[in-house]
Structure formats: C-alpha cells, structure tokens
Design a protein around this ligand. Structure first.
Ligand SMILES: [Zn+2]
Length: 240
C-alpha cells in the first residue's frame, strides 16, 4: 500500500513539475517593465461606478494638454455608459487602451467559461463597435488564479498588473500621502495603478506632480505600458 501511495505521490509531483516547467504562470503576469528602461507607466483603471460621472474630466484634460502618455484599462460596464469618453480616449495618439473585465467580477470565484466571458466582453465591444483591437488586460481588483492566466494567454492578451499601487481611491489618503507612497517605490520600469473614473479625489493632483517629475532630462519619463515593455533604452539617471 505504501509503495502504491508513494508512486502516485511522485506521479502527481512530476505532473506539477512538468506543468510548471512547460508554463510558468507567474512569467505570464506583467508587473513592471525592464529595470534598465528610464521610464515608468502611468495606468488608469476605468472600473464601473454606480453613482457620480465615472469620468475624471480634469485628469484627462491635464494628460492631453501636457501630452503625457498613459494607459487606460476600461471595463465593459463603464464603456456602456461612456460612449463619448471612450471615443475621446481612443482618439488620443499617446494613450493606450486595455480592458478590465465586463462587469468587474472577482475572477477567481468563477469557472473558466465565465472568466473568459468576463475577460472578452470589453475586448469584443472595442473591436465591433470601435474597430479597435485591445491586447492588454488587467483583472478587476488585481485578482486572478491559474485559470485566469491560462484564459488570458489563450485569448491572445497580455496580462498587466502593476508594481506600485497608488491607493488613490482611498478617501482617507491625502494627495501628499499618495505621492509619498508612489515616490518611495518609483524606479525604472515601474507600472503605477491609478483610477480615471472619478473615484480618486486626488488623482489629478497626484498625476500633475508625477508628470512634473517624469520629463525628459529628469531621469524618468512616462510611457504607455506597451512602449515600456518594448523599451530597450538604458537607464541614464542623473547623478544624485
Ligand atoms: Zn477596477
């Protein structure tokens, strides 16, 4: 009996090992760009909101006026209520558009087919209604499991998380607190998560401060996520 149990144990272990070697799930999840690149990505989630406008107009105006490259992750439910805003964001050449699930579901609570449906909702919508491909995907709440990673890969999307959580939707955080938190972690290749759905009281203010620091000649610049991921420049940070 012991021998059989041992054999099964090894077989299971080998199966896991082989699966991990063939497909390391963690490698599919992007949290940052190359540390050799003198740039960071400002990313803004457009999660659905029940009340309020759901769109931080002042923030977007600032980014456009100052030509700050940014990446937006749109949820399907948000898109359904913001047709004009979707068109506006799609029209800005230095903005990149990714998706953020259909209804902002907790993906790990769902089976594969449901996860696929949640992931593909806004991707299909962007394609059919706006004629735009969207290959970047960010899971709602940053929550995922191996099924999510597998589904995203099979659907031909890139799985984008972040390595700096600004905490901007937290109403108890001041602009200074958010900035301090971000600046402490800021380094070449960073991907910062913020929100453009109006949930962040200080998001525009924080963005203005960050954009003031992310200028050519100041060490780090802002890039879209895709540009950051293909960045091959080397870091030329000024001497402290
Ligand atoms: Zn979200």
């Amino acid at each position: 009996m012991r021998g059989t149990a041992g054999w099964i144990g090894i077989a299971v272990l080998c199966g896991v090992t082989l699966a991990m070697e063939a497909w390391p799930a963690s490698a599919q999840v992007v949290k940052s760009g190359p540390a050799s690149c003198p740039a960071v990505a400002l990313t803004y989630d457009l999660c659905p909101v029940r009340t309020a406008s759901g769109f931080d107009r002042e923030l977007i105006d600032f980014l456009i006026e100052h030509q700050v490259p940014a990446t937006f992750f749109m949820s399907g439910r948000w898109m359904a209520k913001h047709e004009a805003e979707v068109k506006q964001l799609l029209a800005v050449p230095f903005f990149e558009i990714g998706t953020h699930g259909e209804v902002h579901a907790h993906l790990p609570m769902h089976e594969l087919a449901e996860q696929q449906q949640e992931i593909m909702g806004p991707v299909r919508h962007l394609k059919t209604k706006y004629g735009r491909p969207a290959t970047l995907f960010r899971p709602p709440y940053g929550e995922y499991n191996d099924v999510t990673v597998e589904a995203v890969k099979a659907l031909g999307l890139r799985f984008i998380l972040w390595n700096i959580e600004s905490g901007d939707p937290d109403p108890t955080l001041s602009a200074e607190a958010i900035l301090t938190r971000v600046q402490k972690r800021l380094k070449p290749g960073s991907v910062i998560v913020l929100h453009a759905n109006g949930k962040g009281k200080h998001t525009r203010e924080v963005t203005e401060s960050l954009a003031g620091q992310l200028l050519p000649g100041k060490g780090l610049t802002a890039m879209t996520v895709s540009d950051l991921l293909r960045c091959t420049q080397s870091t030329t940070l000024p001497a402290p």
